[in-house]
Design a protein around this ligand. Structure first.
Ligand code: DGJ
Length: 723
């Protein structure tokens, strides 16, 4: 395992767990992709090349036969203007207005540790291959970085471009990676949605031409996630090939899959170049975000488990990733903006003794924030509402044995705020065009240093002066009028500059307060991406707290993100988003498939109901380690039928819990069975639903019948405990 270069065949072999990624330097000097798939021997793979003499094809000048067209090669870093007419990975314009480019191999290094990306989050890693290419035409030097991992079938990639010429260059496209595959027998799978129904699953065959998902909202977005997978038509949950890709980036992205005349597939991923132009002065560098590739021969389930392990072990803040997560009670859906010290203290009291261990004060504690029309930007405690500041509530929480969490929306500003009255030019807007508003708010121009400094200072002051254990970092609108009043011509990459500004703030606050646990949020789950996960070990998955909707949202999210990354709350019924009633127990069982919490008014609960909460929290504590560290098997898809079923198994195979929801109760219905996975075949497992033990192989092979109580949206859980 590791990274190898065979000089005799000019081939690089990247070996991660069970997989090989191979490419070579051709005699023309460009990098030819050879293979990404199940582990193969380190031997000459040049036979994968399928060059034929085609009519109407342009070949490279030194081609001795009419076959050496870049169009027909699998290319590792395709550029424009030199016989590859497919989508390029990079486009650089020189002072002659030429974007023609010819990148040739210069050298490579195997670095002992993975270098961080300046100004951008990325995963951790060991040995990293850095291959340097040079474009003699425009003087740019391109470095491709590849990291392989012994314990996960993951390869990470990114690119750096440096201007080593004499004149400025203009980058109009810089994707993070291109993966050329030698056939087109793939379907594209992606996660689409909207506010309150994020990350539903789409699966569609590729076609000749380009399939694409993207964002232009300056946010990775709830509409399309920066994740896609190419899967074989026959790939199922546990069988068949799947190649997943995810971009470690929170802004505008694109993922494209192009099928061309040779019926090969080109997969590209990176920053969206729709509204992007970056001038690179002499000796300046531009870095792309990182792309994470997973290869699975074990279907979508294998792909998801690889992403989960990778993000837990190499991306999420290791101070928190495997530590017990706070079990919160959040006041948002219980009080909205309407609270004072007395109400909040009563709220805290109601949670005492239930096992809930953190109180989170949501929106409304600052400025003139009595509704969502005012106050954002004024991060000063509203002492009319909270007499004496936050001290009363914080002390009360701490004295009651609960930690204290506080809500912020650092990137935003209301026009009705002191901050706006003082700095009207600090918003993202064209000065002569009244900006669109989202939830009555505007976006602070984080491309400006003074704005970033203000945000860091005001938020830090609150965090320094109050005993805060937890922060919920919200972001409730996407960008329009993409213009900074201070950037001038640099506005051409305004979105990317905004995201870099955001990362600078996250970096300062998350590292400045290492004891504080940060949760991400964006109108629910509208910015759920690996870069956010780097800063925030968990993200509020959706504002939709309806248990049935959550089965869909959490199932889709789990394709790429671990359950511990999903913040999930038990909320009141009728549900505030859907008006639906679901059983209290079901709401808890589904919220337990993530970092669980509560978001309802426990002061209205009877003693008996509070006992029920306590029992639910105990039930969660039995499985919290599974959520943090276990393997996920999706046993039934809520997108495909009346049932949702997910199984978590501890890495040592000792304990497993299966959670099933039946949506509608069909009278006189048929039995529903699950076929559990990931068990030790030879071991005996006590099956809670049967009250006796069976061999792992028997449980997996013969399955288990799931019994439900009467009613709709009821859940059943089954525990399997190795004897
Ligand atoms: C949107 C979030 O998703 C909610 O949980 C809540 O924090 C509100 N914003 C507060 O304005």
């Amino acid at each position: 395992m590791g990274i190898f270069y065979d000089k005799t065949i000019g081939t690089f072999f990247l070996e991660s767990k069970d997989v090989t990624y191979a490419f070579r330097v051709t005699r023309f000097g460009f990098l030819e992709h050879l293979y990404f798939g199940k582990r193969v021997a380190r031997e000459d793979l040049s036979h994968v090349e399928a060059l034929i003499g085609r009519g109407q094809e342009n070949v490279l000048p030194d081609s001795e036969k009419r076959i050496h067209s870049l169009n027909q090669y699998l290319n590792e870093c395709p550029t424009y203007g030199r016989s590859d007419n497919r989508e390029s990975m990079l486009a650089v314009c020189d002072d002659r207005y030429s974007r023609i480019s010819e990148l040739k191999y210069v050298s490579h290094k195997i670095l002992p540790a993975k270098p961080a990306i300046d100004g951008m989050p990325s995963s951790r890693g060991g040995k990293t291959l850095a291959v340097t290419l040079k474009d003699a035409l425009n003087g740019s030097v391109v470095t491709l970085f590849y990291t392989a991992y012994d314990d996960v079938p993951v390869i990470t990639r990114r690119m750096e471009i440096e201007n080593k010429g004499k004149k400025p260059l203009v980058i109009t496209r810089a994707y993070s990676a291109c993966l050329d595959l030698c056939d087109d027998d793939w379907q594209a799978l992606s996660l689409y949605g909207a506010w309150a129904r994020e990350r539903f699953i789409d699966r569609t065959p590729l076609h000749h031409g380009i399939w694409e998902i993207d964002s232009k909202r300056c946010s990775s977005s709830g509409q399309l996630n920066p994740f896609a997978a190419l899967v074989r038509p026959h790939t199922t949950e546990e069988n068949g090939e799947a190649i997943g890709v995810n971009l470690v980036y929170s802004g505008d992205f694109t993922v494209k899959a192009q099928v061309d005349q040779d019926e090969t597939t080109r997969l590209l991923v990176g920053i969206n170049d729709y509204d992007f132009e970056w001038t690179l002065g002499k000796n300046e560098k531009f870095s792309t975000p990182e792309a994470v590739f997973v290869y699975s021969a074990d279907g979508l389930g294998g792909m998801s488990r690889a992403f989960h392990d990778f993000y837990r072990n190499y991306l999420i803040n290791d101070r928190f990733v495997y530590a017990a997560r706070p079990i919160v009670i959040n006041n948002w859906e219980a009080t909205y903006f309407n609270f004072d010290n007395e109400k909040l203290c009563a709220f805290i009291d109601s949670a005492k003794g239930t096992g809930i261990n953190t109180f989170v004060l949501d929106d409304g504690w600052f400025g003139k924030r009595n509704n969502d029309k005012a106050g954002l930007g004024d991060w000063f405690i509203n002492t009319d509402k909270l007499e004496g500041g936050l001290t009363t509530v914080i002390n009360h929480a701490h004295e009651s044995g609960l930690k204290f969490g506080l809500w912020f929306e650092p990137e935003m500003i209301n026009v009705d705020s002191d901050l706006y009255r003082e700095h009207p030019d600090w918003i993202v807007a064209l000065p002569d065009l009244k900006p669109c508003a989202g939830r009555d708010q505007q976006i602070l121009d984080l491309t400006r240093k003074e704005v970033r400094e203000y945000v860091i200072k005001v938020v830090s002051d609150i965090l320094k002066n109050n005993a805060i254990d937890y922060v919920k970092w919200d972001m409730n609108r996407t960008m329009t009028e993409n213009f900074s009043q201070a950037l001038g011509e640099k506005n051409k990459a305004m979105h990317h500059r905004y995201i870099l500004g955001l990362y600078e703030i996250c970096e300062a606050l998350v590292n400045g307060f290492p004891h504080i646990f940060f949760e991400g949020c964006a109108s629910g789950g509208c910015r759920f991406d690996p870069a956010m996960l780097y800063y925030f070990p968990q993200i509020w998955t959706s504002d939709d707290t309806d248990a049935y909707m959550r089965t869909l949202i959490q199932y889709g999210t789990s394709l790429c993100y671990p359950l511990s990354a999903m913040s999930c709350h038990v909320a009141a019924c009728p549900n505030h988003q859907t008006g639906r009633n679901t059983p209290f127990a079901s709401r808890a069982d589904i919220a337990h498939l993530g970092a669980t919490g509560y978001e309802l008014d426990l002061t209205k609960f009877t003693e008996e109901e509070l006992e029920e909460v306590k029992a639910q929290v105990n039930k969660y504590n039995e499985m919290s380690d599974l959520v943090l560290k276990g393997d996920l098997y999706r046993l039934a898809s809520p997108f495909e039928g009346n049932y949702f079923a997910e199984q978590l198994v501890s890495k040592d195979g000792k304990f497993s819990r299966i959670t099933v929801m039946r949506n509608l109760n069909l009278p006189n219905g048929i039995a529903f069975r699950v076929y559990p996975k990931g068990l030790d075949e030879k071991a005996d497992y006590y099956v809670s639903s049967l009250g006796r033990a069976l061999k792992g192989a028997t449980i997996a092979g013969a399955g288990l019948v799931v019994n439900f109580d009467r009613g709709d949206f009821v859940t059943t859980t089954i525990d399997l405990t190795r004897k």
